[in-house]
Design a protein around this ligand. Structure first.
Ligand SMILES: Cc1ncc(COP(=O)(O)O)c(C=O)c1O
Length: 369
């Protein structure tokens, strides 16, 4: 039987998420031993060592379900950010909290507004809920506050803002965010997705929790996947006022964060030495990357995240495929509507050098072929 006719129309409209290729797959398919992955905005230094230790320690207990109130992790996050515990949301990655948000607030036909390009899950999850996705182009690779405000109608439920933006790595500065929030009509929630917040260097980056404190209709999302290096464990968190969190908690599945992920996340928050090292590595790595790109005469978007958007002036897929043959996995940005751009993680100095060397070779080979 062909089940297509039984599938929800929203599912037919979905374009599945395309993740970066895993290292093992590339090794297997191309017979390469040395492969570096710079395609999923992952942590260049691996996981927090304290988190690894905590994860190992809890393994003998995994025959038990997690504490469904996640008492310790929620209290730790609340204390760390100096907010009440009932503001804290937890998810299997911040992806899952995004899902909870659309499941809680979006009726079929409601509108959600976000920039294009931005994190692809806003589109996928909203489409799944039969929402109408209203997309506002970035302006010079930065969220266009005027455009976002103009796109809001009576049907709008949510505005998603990834700050920093994925794939551009740019931020919405505090003044711009304030002007967005001060004009948001009543009943519209602004989701500030701060997956890369820990990498931001700019002093103008908003202190978004202050907006929650001041009573703006804001949900702030954070994750343990990036700066803390726990992407494989899946743990994300967020903050909102209890008027909002009480509803989100109703759609949450019990035990949605594994006990291993919760224990590791808790330990990771304490690992300030690791976080410090990660940030310094990324900040030094991006400067090294800029220098290499400038020497190659390529334009890039200065980043506040742990990845750089690069215009290679050639079809990005072709360049990404050629880099793959050399064991370097990067993200071509056609699916983001950027046909000549690559998004590349900032790695350690060694991986940045390897990437720049491989890119140089690919550009030379392309010019002579
Ligand atoms: C902007 C943004 N938000 C959220 C996520 C999801 O992160 P996770 O579900 O691993 O917490 C990502 C992942 O790449 C992202 O780029």
């Amino acid at each position: 039987m062909d089940w297509s006719s039984r599938v929800r129309k929203a599912v037919h409209r979905l374009k599945p998420y395309v993740p970066g290729k895993p290292i093992e797959e590339v090794q297997r398919e191309l017979g390469l031993t040395e492969v570096i992955k710079l395609a999923s905005n992952e942590n260049p230094l691996g996981p927090s060592p304290k988190a690894i230790e905590a994860a190992k320690k809890i393994l003998p207990e995994v025959h038990r379900y997690p504490d469904d109130s996640y008492y310790r992790l929620r209290h730790k996050i609340a204390a760390f950010y100096n907010v009440p515990t009932d503001w804290v949301l937890l998810g299997r990655g911040s992806d899952e909290i995004l899902l909870h948000i659309v499941q809680t607030f979006v009726e079929p036909g409601d509108e959600v507004v976000f920039s294009t390009p931005s994190f692809v899950m806003y589109d996928i999850l909203s489409t799944l809920m039969d929402a109408v996705c209203v997309k506002v182009p970035l302006r010079d690779f930065v969220h266009d506050v005027g455009g976002l405000l103009e796109a809001i109608t009576e049907r709008t439920k949510i505005v998603f803002v990834d700050n920093p933006n994925n794939p551009a790595g740019t931020i919405l500065r505090d003044r711009a965010l304030k002007s967005l929030l001060s004009e948001i009509p009543e009943g519209v929630i602004v989701v500030l997705d701060e997956a890369y917040a820990e990498f931001v260097e700019s002093p103008d980056y908003p202190k978004s929790l202050d907006y929650v404190r001041e009573g703006y209709p804001v949900i702030v999302l954070r994750t343990f996947s990036k700066a803390y290096g726990l992407a494989g464990l899946r743990a994300g968190y967020g903050f909102a006022r209890p008027e909002i969190t009480q509803h989100l908690l109703k759609v949450r599945e019990p035990f949605n964060v594994s006990s291993v992920a919760a224990a590791a996340a808790e330990a990771a928050l304490d690992d300030t030495e690791f976080l410090d090292r990660v940030r310094k590595t990324v900040w030094a790595g991006k400067r090294l990357m800029y220098r290499g790109l400038e020497q190659l005469g390529l334009r890039y978007v200065p980043t506040e995240a742990n990845f750089v958007l690069i215009d290679v002036n050639l079809p990005a897929k072709k360049v990404a495929d050629a880099l793959l043959q050399k064991g370097v996995i990067v993200r071509p940005c056609e699916p983001f509507g950027l046909p000549t751009h690559l998004r590349v993680d900032v790695g350690t100095p060694e991986t940045v050098e390897k990437f720049i060397t491989a890119l140089k070779e690919v550009l030379r080979e392309t010019a002579t072929s």
